[in-house]
Ligand binder design. Structure first.
Ligand code: 3PG
Length: 381
């Protein structure tokens, strides 16, 4: 059962541990979209108003940052610029806020052994920092990380709560999960194939049309023995792709042509039918025939969920189809949901963000929730 929110707590000058999802896209040590930071502000401002001592704990994903385990120190300038006097702390013993340091930001949770393993020992160490726990990290509720599941379990039931962002995401996404308006179209691409592929299978029975975009479609192509050149795939997921394809009947659309780059993503590109991808090619986006193919399902849909845009954000010459797809989706009369940090960053860059009906901070978490999965992180909040 959901508990009341934290606003009724008497927490003046008491430390509160807040699990946030500040896993923002970062390029050359610079934040490329602060959407998630802004989405966290209502909870932060409420706690400041309650005069609490605030301990912010977040992960920054290696997958979203080319394998690098980034430090949360990169977020400090954003907080300062926006009027929040936040101090960075590198470890748990230093995470002791006081009247001189009212808001502290702990180092990237994933740099601590035990976080991603869901370790009870690490959860205990986190729980010792405070008697109060708030989870405002909607984007990570589909994971069983220590700070998401084992930690809240250790707090008194009246001293743990959802944050305002989690509350808002659930309020908006639940009606779509329970009774989406049909025709229902879901388009999924981008990275994190291990998270997304099993969810695509679940979506098949819920949607009218399921579209797989690059880079996820690369693994489908490989599983179907199509040429994919040097494009990156997850070989362990080929069987899961085939299972999806065989169960999909008429629901699934895979790209019929690609924009491919020769030898490197920065290289010269050309449009290629799926069967004509060459050995040295790298699939960078979808081609015009696929864009045309998607037009009818987009136009007829009443609900559209889009996660993982085609193209590589850092390479402008791969963004043609990205913009075309964003244009089609935002021109449709459907209820449109855009989700996932990288998709949000691209839509923001090309000024499409405000044209979506709803923008969700979650990527995998939003897909998992809409696919009807139980989110482990919701268990205690
Ligand atoms: C996201 O960006 O989807 C969330 O921050 C979760 O990140 P993760 O997939 O690395 O857990």
């Amino acid at each position: 059962m959901l508990q009341a929110l934290f606003q009724s707590w008497d927490i003046c000058n008491r430390p509160v541990l807040v699990r946030a999802d500040l896993n923002v896209p970062i390029c050359n040590n610079t934040i490329t979209s602060d959407f998630k930071l802004k989405a966290f502000e209502p909870t932060l401002q409420a706690l400041i108003k309650q005069e609490a001592f605030i301990i912010i704990a977040t992960h920054m994903s290696t997958e979203a940052n080319s394998g690098a385990l980034l430090s949360t120190q990169l977020l400090i300038p954003w907080f300062i610029r926006n009027g929040y006097p936040v101090s960075y702390v590198p470890d748990l013993p230093s995470a002791r806020p006081d009247s001189n340091k009212r808001i502290i930001l702990l180092e990237n949770l994933r740099s601590f052994p035990g976080e991603q393993e869901g370790s009870v020992e690490f959860a205990r160490a986190l729980a010792q920092l405070s008697s109060y726990y708030i989870n405002d990290a909607f984007g990570v509720l589909h994971r069983s990380d220590a700070s998401v599941v084992a930690a809240p379990a250790l707090f008194d039931v009246n001293r743990r709560s959802r944050g305002l962002l989690v509350d808002k995401e659930l309020r908006i996404l639940t009606p779509i999960k329970v009774a989406p308006k049909h025709p229902y179209l879901c388009m999924v691409g981008g990275g994190k194939p291990a998270t997304k592929l099993p969810l695509i299978f679940d979506f098949l029975s819920l949607v009218d049309t399921m579209v797989i975009l690059p880079g996820l479609s690369n693994t489908y192509g490989a599983a179907l023995q199509q040429p994919i050149g040097n494009s990156s795939i997850d070989t362990q997921l080929k069987a899961a792709c085939l299972k999806t394809v065989y169960n999909a009947q008429h629901t699934l659309i895979l790209p019929i042509d690609y924009q491919v780059a020769s030898k490197a993503i920065s290289g010269t590109t050309r449009m290629s039918d799926v069967s004509d991808v060459r050995r040295d090619d790298i699939i960078v986006s979808i081609g015009p025939k696929t864009i045309a193919l998607l037009q009818a399902p987009i136009t007829h849909a009443h609900t559209i969920v889009l996660n993982g845009l085609p193209g590589f954000a850092a390479f402008e010459h791969t963004q043609l189809a990205t913009k075309a797809l964003l244009t089609s989706v935002t021109q449709s009369t459907a209820y449109t949901i855009l989700c996932g940090s990288d998709s949000i960053a691209s839509a923001e860059k090309y000024h499409f963000l405000s044209q979506f009906t709803y923008v969700s901070t979650g990527g995998g978490a939003t897909l998992a929730y809409l696919a009807g999965k139980t989110l482990p992180g919701l268990q205690y909040i």
